[in-house]
Write a protein that binds this ligand. Structure first.
Ligand code: HEM
Ligand code: HEM
Length: 398
């Protein structure tokens, strides 16, 4: 049996690539579908979902590598002629589907991989590379768009695969020709077909189908604003200082990886004077819109009942006194989040130049104080400490 293709037969290398790809694809698809559908109400469900997604991504990246090798190989090979080139429409359909399958072997894993690289932390790829990709920023908008593209491309793959497999069965059962047999191990007798002539039309059609899919996905993607865009979108608050821009960011540990997020909408009422009155330099009241949180690829999950329960508790409030603390200051007060109150001390540094103040502070919260991640008692799945980083600049308004 020849390693290389001939004008009538597929060689062993092509066949091996074909069936290895089929095996990997028919593994990746159920993993993707099941992982997407799995609920994540309990710790076990979330852990299973992450594990299945990790496997899905790992198999998907393997498909990408095998596809590149396979395409390089195919480029060096003769393509065995269709057995019935006189059936023009059927040949065109079959070849368009082959091209669509080739495109999907590259475009589909790539879209998934870009989405993964743009997200933070959830369900790592198990290869020792590929968590990030060059040119792909960590961006919720990219994640959302890549997910839309990935989903539409899976639909195109499903349609192409259905036609491909039905076509192969038709050749085997109805036409009773050697089309399927020559892709299987062995070397069937193949009657030399009448000469047909290859055209670029199938390749163009297949690429066109993907181009339309891509445009549709981009047009319908509801990409959120990028997180990290500085500045609260709510009213900037009242008080003796007006917030100009700033960020409230959190970092959690999920499955051992860091997931970073930030709140886009919040407001702060700040009264502050350098000279203390009754031992206090001022007060602060911060309101944070919980639904404005973006948290890596788990934003939607974070809004759920067991986590922030954003629907029932859309706002978190922090009220505190501002006290001097050695070289810097601290805000000492209470954070009310998801209906639970707990004391929070936020040490911060403050630099005042003229009427502009720049503050930056950090502290660590314990998610259990606020019932976030109810039932998630395993720290390895979702860490207890949540790092909070606050930075802002404010303008003196008096
Ligand atoms: C040829 C390879 C691949 C196939 C056939 C495939 C197929 C699928 C399928 C069928 C789904 C479920 C879609 C739905 O629920 O509508 C899915 C979802 C997903 N896949 Fe893949 N996938 C592949 C490669 C990858 C790779 C390489 C990654 C990441 C490294 C990835 C990441 C994801 C993610 C994160 C989802 C969840 C939904 C989303 O964000 O789009 N996939 N995939
Ligand atoms: C049960 C599943 C499958 C069956 C029965 C099957 C059958 C076949 C057959 C019979 C051919 C030869 C067609 C011809 O000579 O004109 C073929 C070619 C091809 N198949 Fe499949 N296939 C399956 C799965 C897949 C999968 C999962 C992919 C990739 C996503 C795929 C991609 C291709 C491509 C690209 C060719 C053209 C090969 C070339 O000419 O270089 N197939 N398949």
């Amino acid at each position: 049996m020849s390693l290389r293709n001939t004008a009538l037969h597929y060689g062993t290398v092509t066949k091996t690539f074909h069936w290895l790809t089929a095996l990997l694809i028919f593994t990746a698809i159920p993993l993707g579908l099941i992982a997407s559908d799995l609920p994540y109400e309990t710790q076990e469900q979330l852990a299973s979902k992450a594990r299945l997604f990790s496997l899905h991504k790992t198999v998907g990246v393997a498909i990408f590598a095998v596809a590149l090798l396979r395409i390089l190989w195919a480029l060096s090979q003769t393509k065995p002629a269709p057995l019935h080139p006189e059936r023009k429409a059927e040949t065109l359909a079959a070849e368009t589907v082959h091209w669509a399958l080739y495109v999907s072997l590259v475009a589909l894993p790539l879209s998934g991989w870009i989405g993964h690289a743009a997200s933070e932390g959830f369900a790592p790829i198990l290869w020792p590379f590929g968590q990030s990709l060059p040119l792909v920023p960590k961006s919720p908008a990219w994640v959302e768009t890549a997910a839309g593209v990935h989903e539409i491309f899976t639909k195109i793959l499903f349609a192409a695969l259905a036609l491909h497999v039905l076509g192969a069965l038709k050749h085997a059962v109805i036409d009773r020709d050697a089309t399927l047999a020559r892709m299987l191990p062995g070397r069937p007798d193949v009657d030399a077909p009448a000469a047909g002539h290859a055209t670029a039309l199938p390749a163009l059609l297949a690429t066109g189908i993907y181009a339309v899919g891509l445009v549709l996905a981009l047009a319908t993607s509801e990409a959120p604003e990028d997180a990290g865009t500085p500045g609260p979108a709510l009213a900037r608050g009242t008080g003796s200082w007006q917030v100009q821009e700033g960020s409230i960011a959190i970092t959690v540990r999920q499955f051992g990886g860091e997931v970073k997020g930030s709140f886009a909408d919040w407001s702060a009422d700040i009264d502050f004077a350098e000279t203390p009155v009754d031992g206090k330099n001022g007060t602060v009241r911060v309101e944070v819109s919980i639904p404005s949180l973006t948290l890596g690829s788990v934003t939607k999950e974070a809004m759920g009942e067991k986590y922030f329960n954003a629907e029932a508790f859309p706002t978190a409030v922090y009220t505190a006194d501002i006290l001097s603390d050695g070289e810097g200051y601290k805000a000492e007060g209470t954070l009310t989040l998801k209906g639970n109150e707990a004391p929070v001390i936020l040490p911060f540094t403050l630099a005042i130049h003229g009427d502009t103040a720049t503050m930056s502070g950090a502290t660590t919260l314990d998610r259990r104080d606020y019932d976030i991640g109810e039932g998630q008692t395993d720290e390895g799945t979702l860490g207890f400490p949540v790092a909070l980083d606050v930075a802002l600049t404010a303008q003196r308004s008096e």
